[in-house]
Write a protein that binds this ligand. Sequence first.
Ligand SMILES: [Zn+2]
Length: 435
Amino acid sequence: MAYQGGKRPVERASKIAHMQLIQDQSLIELLQSYHSDQEPKTAFKVEKTGQIDLSPLSKIERIVTVDGGFAVIPNPIRRNKTLAFIQVGTNLLSVADLLAMRANPMMDPRDVTAMLQRIHYRPCTLPLSGVRIPGQTIRDTIRRSINGILSKPYTDLYEILHFLVHRSWLPEGAPRPQPEMECYACDEKFGIPKDFTFSCPHCGHEHFFSDYLHIGKNSPDEWSREESAISLMSVIETLALFEVPVHLARRGQLGLMANTLFIKDGPLLLRSYLSRLVEPIRNFIQWIKEREIEFYLVGIEKTGEFSTFLEEYTSITKYVGDYFIPSVKFLIEDVAGAVMDKNYRNRVSYGSKVSVRLSPEHAVPLNIPTGADYPLVPKAEELLGFEEIIRALSHLTSAQHDNALIPLVLANRAVSISQRPSGNILHDFMSERIK
Ligand SMILES: [Zn+2]
């Protein structure tokens, strides 16, 4: 880079070198391609997988949307003390209300507020550094906080976690894999019992059931990373997403889920240690599928490699109703630019990726479950409730943001706790309390 600024004139680089470079044929072609706003030509052939007729009315009547947000707020005086504020909202919306809203964008704000009143908030705080229960390390404080957060009356999601981890949909006494974890004290592996507290059979160290999630386990004793807050938010979102199906399964009333669409803001994915929940979730979905119960679940991707790829290749799904289901190999090699291992097995996702043209302006990347298997080349008929989900979403597009859907716009509005400007209230609250 040339020197810039100061009192002297800006450095002028050699024009001769520029001229030689500019005349280079390969550079000319590169520049033409760079300046062109046409889709980049690919070495691979990408075309749509098929098309859905969107004209039949969708039978989806209600939508449950789950979305989370978080902010890490330092103590205004001692900035090494930080707390994470997490907010997860579950919103129940009627499709009839949403359609009325879409038809009338200038709707009375009081009506929108009324719609948002059916949102169930699960706010929680997690200490990350410098904040502790007296006499305990920060790591222990975090463990105890998470145990408390999942318990009643806080988020009351422990039962959902227990149901999934211990595969309680299976009849009593039926064979099932025993969940295992590593001890927090001696690191030895052991099978966990069905209790909410238990001790390590090797060293006797006491554990909470929530320790199975390993959140913050590998953090140093005295501080934890933002990652712990992201993991906790991810767990709460996932458990909130399955709250209704699990409660109905326990009462033998899964049929009540008919005509309900569950939407998660973000991919159907759990990373790192949390991925130990993925297999039970896939198996639970498989169990529902085998009972031929209607179950509509979709994750909406807003960021990530697939979403960026689709922004670039808008013509793959050119007409409304067109869809594109990439193979896993395509996603790994052509979208992410990595090499697919021949022993590849996906252990983190419980939905396959698909992109659908919902409107002339909306080509939305979605995740839809298939059941126990994670097919490497998913077919449309393997995606549970695919056509029904797409028909419902095609009526719910919003022009507010690129690729936006009304239920997510509402859910985002309800739970967002960005650092600025709304996050400032947390900052002010902390300052006030500290004074
Ligand atoms: Zn132990």
